[in-house]
Every structure is written in structure tokens, then in C-alpha cells.
Design a protein around this ligand. Structure first.
Ligand SMILES: [Fe+2]
Length: 289
């Protein structure tokens, strides 16, 4: 049976039905999955009984890594979890603002995936925002104001608020990078609106007031409800997303709330040390010690 790819009503996200993890993907199905991944940014597969090796291989295939040639060989993939139950897991509680993992790096990660291992109800969704559609949606005036400007992105969390439930800690010497605000996607060549609420500190060569005003205007497009896709987790859901074409966020997770254990895959092919990737998942509350 051919794969069915159902697009959401939003400009991002699609659900894939009919994938059989016990059968090798044929060329035509893989081509269709890659095309949907590049066009929609997020693919959801439900009711898949899969191990970490399958999750890793499919995630890498979507960015063009051939099976067996990537870093998804079991010995190289370190188990990693987002969980309010599992000891030592990342992001055990709290809210995460919109971000792309390792956005502060020169070559940030291209693909991420999560798999529902132990999901109670109701649990916090993961929400995605399209950086490509946000760029397209900008008013002509705003696009022309920012098209030659650059922004600084740093590891950790930019803003801290008292009594907030945000969890990303600020590293002592945060790594940072400077990029154009309208940045080309390395695989699709689409222009992305490359700023985020968690890590973008400032826009260069404008006053602090103008930087703030511009960022708020840009966030208004990025996080417009029409530019968002919410995924409500169930056990055995696999969600694979393009870490640059979409940003992700989640509302507050309570440590004593319903179980929320998701197995995470980050490609070891991409040259960023594991400990550095973990920056924005520190279990230390923002502002805490
Ligand atoms: Fe993240």
C-alpha cells in the first residue's frame, strides 16, 4: 500500500500513514517523504512500534543521509530523553520558549525527532512555528527594513522573568553566532526568518530600542497562531522535524504531572559536541542556581 501523506490546514506539518517499519522504504516512498519534509517541515507518524535505530535512520534519511552511511549505527547514538520521569533526562519540567536547537552555532542541527515512549494524558503538546512561511508573510515594509540586518543568537535563554516557569539556563560563557535575519536554508535554499524568542538577543547596527521593536514585530509574524502547528502526544508517536525550517516550544510541564517521556534523536553526524547541544535543556530554572 502506498504511503498516505495528509497535510494539515496550517502551512506546516503533515501526517504520514501506512509506514511499515519492518519493510525497507522503497525509493519512491522515500522521495515523497523527503519532498513532504522539505515542504512541510514537520512529519508525524502515529502508532509506530520502533526502536531507537529506526528513529535515527529515518530521521537522517529525510535530510539525505543514506541508510547505513550515517551516524545512526547504534553504537554512535547516545540515548537521550525529554522526560519528567526518567532520571537524568533533559527538560524535566517547565516551559520552553520557541527556539531551534543549537541556533547559536555556526552550523546548527538540521533534523530532530521525538518518539512517545511513556505519554500520559493530558500532556503538554509540542508547538512548531514555520520560519519560512513567517518570512514570506512579512509586510513588504518590515521585510525591506530587516533584509540587510543581522541578529545575534546566544546559547541559553535571553530573557528571564521573575516567577516564570521557563527552564533554560544561561551558561556562564554562552556561545553565540551572528546571522542575517533572512537566512538561506542549507538544503532547500528557502529564506527563513532566523530569529527566535529564546536565543536572539539583539539586532545589530540599530539602536537598542529599534532592535527591540523590530524583534517584537518579527515575533508577531513567527508566532502568529496561523503559523503554528500543535502536536498532541500519544504513545508511539514519532515526530521528525527540520530544526531550521521550524522552531519548537512547549508550555509548562510539571514534574508531578502526567508522564511525558519522549526519546530524542540528534544526528551525531552533525559536528556539535553533545554537551554543547544540551545547553538549552539545563534542569536549572532560569534565574535559579
Ligand atoms: Fe529544543
Amino acid at each position: 500500500m502506498p504511503l498516505e501523506i495528509e497535510e494539515t490546514a496550517q502551512p506546516l506539518g503533515a501526517e504520514v500513514k501506512g509506514l511499515d517499519p519492518t519493510v525497507t522504504l522503497n525509493e519512491e516512498d522515500l522521495r515523497r517523504l523527503k519532498e513532504a519534509f522539505d515542504r512541510r517541515g514537520v512529519l508525524v507518524f502515529r502508532d509506530l512500534d520502533i526502536d531507537q535505530g529506526f528513529q535515527a535512520q529515518l530521521s537522517e534519511q529525510l535530510i539525505g543521509v543514506e541508510p547505513g552511511r550515517g551516524g545512526s549505527g547504534e553504537s554512535e547514538v547516545r540515548e537521550s530523553y525529554i522526560s519528567n520521569r526518567k532520571a537524568g533526562a533533559a527538560a524535566p519540567y517547565g516551559r520552553l520558549q520557541f527556539h531551534s536547537d543549537t541556533m547559536w552555532a555556526k552550523e546548527p542541527l538540521q533534523v530532530l525527532s521525538l518518539y512517545g515512549l511513556d505519554v500520559g494524558a493530558p500532556v503538554a503538546p509540542t508547538t512548531f512555528a514555520s520560519t519560512i512561511f513567517a518570512w514570506k508573510a512579512l509586510s513588504d515594509d518590515l521585510r525591506s527594513r530587516v533584509s540587510d540586518l543581522k541578529a545575534v543568537h546566544s546559547a541559553g535563554q535571553h530573557k528571564q522573568f521573575e516567577d516564570d516557569d521557563l527552564i533554560a539556563a544561561v551558561p556562564e560563557r554562552p556561545k553565540s553566532t551572528t546571522t542575517p535575519i533572512g537566512l538561506r536554508h542549507p538544503r532547500t535554499d528557502e529564506t527563513m526568518l532566523y530569529v527566535c524568542e529564546q536565543m536572539t538577543h539583539e539586532i545589530l547596527n540599530v539602536s537598542p530600542e529599534e532592535s527591540q521593536e523590530l524583534l517584537e514585530s518579527l515575533f508577531g509574524y513567527l508566532y502568529n497562531p496561523e503559523n503554528l502547528f500543535h502536536h498532541d502526544w500519544r504513545n508511539h508517536d514519532l515526530v521528525i522535524w527540520d530544526n531550521l525550517a521550524v522552531q519548537h516550544a512547549r508550555p509548562n510541564v510539571a514534574q508531578d504531572g502526567p508522564a511525558r517521556t519522549l526519546r530524542k534523536f540528534v544526528s551525531p553526524l552533525e559536528g556539535i559536541a553533545m554537551e554543547e547541544r544540551a545547553f538549552n535543556y539545563s534542569p536549572v530554572p532560569a534565574g535559579g542556581s
